[in-house]
Design a binder for this molecule. Structure first.
Ligand SMILES: *Cc1c(COP(=O)(O)O)cnc(C)c1O
Length: 428
């Protein structure tokens, strides 16, 4: 196997390079790829060197089933303090009474919520996946839609906004045990207060899944769900800029049910190295510069959306309030997957995505989904967004025309700009 940039590895990861040159070379190639490309996937980011170090520590070696002070293994003198630190910081950053930092990722966190508040066969309600919801909000192919009865709401065709009339009507008719708000392709502010009213009327537990926007909430760039919902579920690796992991947060009254559902209900030993890295990320998220980061992410997304609209792109809901933009390419006559692959060849990494009321199939949809968390972590600002929009425009047109020369030219321009904005934790 030939792997590019293999020669750089011994310096950055000497032990790995000596023990497993093949794997080390792959890591090096990925570092190079993340450094040279413009990463626009809205659920991705660059963690800080400190988060990266914490997640590679010997905390990895320890089994800690249970919770601080109540473990099933001895030798927890340090681990208990690590987890307690992460929990305290989560409570402070999000203003919650209870935090569980053990869920392995966002999907198991949401399954734990089901386990805590519903029985198999009970009704749960969430946004439909093709409308921008998440699989784990009761969608059919997910265990949450197979073992529970998922009922699903969507967005209005005319506005692209969540249809709160439909949410109320469905909730009162179907009486779900749990209602999820939030999703993976929602470019607009979530009206947690309106969902709160509906959930109270319907007698449902309301869960805000803020996986995508947790960093914006932490930094004050999106309203907090905390006053309006029963449970907050979030990943830690998207806008929050932590390691791959998740948290469940709530008022004290739900603490026991959530903790029991995570362990022993669903998981075994927590990933202590991840807990440590979550603690570091939360310390960063609680600092003043993270507020600037969160607001810059939104400012960049708004600027990019405006520049795309100027170039004739059709954005779902017409624009964005957060970090995310959903582009409907129907009018460009380029399918989402073809556009995404062409952009990838041009050094711009996005994902293809369904748009609401998509007429194409989910594995070959009409849209692409982009976002600004990663480019903002590298220091790009609103002044760069016209350039980014221009590259997207050229690459999508080139995709339609089969023009590989333009894609290659854009790739070189992208690499040149990104070299001037080194990514945290990556080689220059
Ligand atoms: C990303 C995401 C998840 C799932 O997180 P994983 O860590 O990929 O399992 C759940 N809910 C929402 C809204 C998400 O965006």
């Amino acid at each position: 196997m030939t792997i590019p940039y293999a020669e750089q590895l011994p310096v950055r990861h000497p032990a790995l390079a000596a023990a497993d040159p093949e794997l080390a070379a792959l890591v090096g190639a990925e570092e190079r790829l993340q450094a040279e490309t413009l990463r626009l996937i809205p659920s991705e980011n660059y963690v800080s060197p400190a988060v990266l170090e914490a997640s590679g520590t010997v905390l990895q070696n320890k089994y800690s089933e249970g919770y601080p002070g109540r473990r099933y293994y001895e030798g927890q003198q340090n681990i208990d303090l690590v987890e307690a630190l992460a929990v305290e910081r989560a409570k402070a950053v999000f203003g919650v009474e209870h935090a569980n930092v053990q869920p392995y990722s966002g999907s198991p966190a949401n399954l734990a919520v089901h386990l805590a508040f519903a029985e198999p066969g009970d009704t749960v309600m969430g946004m439909a996946l093709p409308m921008g919801g998440h699989l784990t909000h009761g969608w059919g192919v997910s265990v949450t839609g197979r073992w529970f009865r998922g009922v699903q709401y969507g967005v209005r065709r005319d506005t692209g906004l969540v249809d709160l009339d439909q949410v109320r009507e469905l909730a009162l008719r179907e009486r779900p045990k749990v209602i999820f708000c939030g999703g993976t392709a929602l470019p607009r502010t979530i009206d947690f207060a309106a969902f709160g009213e509906i959930a109270r009327e319907a007698g449902a537990v309301l869960v805000a899944d803020i996986a995508h926007i947790a960093g914006l909430v932490a930094g004050g760039a999106h309203p907090s769900p905390v006053p309006h919902v029963d449970v907050v579920s979030t990943t830690t690796h998207k806008t929050l800029r932590g390691p791959r992991g998740a948290m469940l947060m709530s008022r004290g009254e739900h603490a026991k049910a959530l903790d029991k559902a995570v362990f022993p209900g669903l998981q075994g030993g927590p990933h202590n190295q991840t807990t440590a890295a979550i603690a570091v990320a939360l310390r960063e998220a609680g600092g003043p510069s993270f507020r600037d980061y969160a607001h810059a992410v939104v400012a960049n997304a708004r600027a990019l959306a405006e520049e795309l609209v100027v170039r004739g792109f059709d954005l779902v809901s017409g624009g964005t309030d957060n970090h995310l933009i959903l582009i409907d390419l129907t009018a460009n006559d380029v399918p989402g997957k073809i556009a995404a692959k062409a952009l990838d060849r041009a050094g711009i990494v996005v994902n293809h995505n369904t748009v609401p009321y998509d007429t194409r199939k989910p594995f070959d949809p009409s849209g692409i989904r982009i976002g600004t968390p990663s480019l903002t972590s590298r220091g790009l600002g609103t002044a760069h967004m016209a350039q980014v929009a221009d590259w997207i425009d050229r690459a999508v047109k080139a995709a339609g025309a089969g023009d590989e020369d333009t894609l290659r030219a854009v790739r070189a321009e992208v690499a040149e700009l990104m070299a001037a904005f080194p990514a945290p934790g990556l080689p220059v």
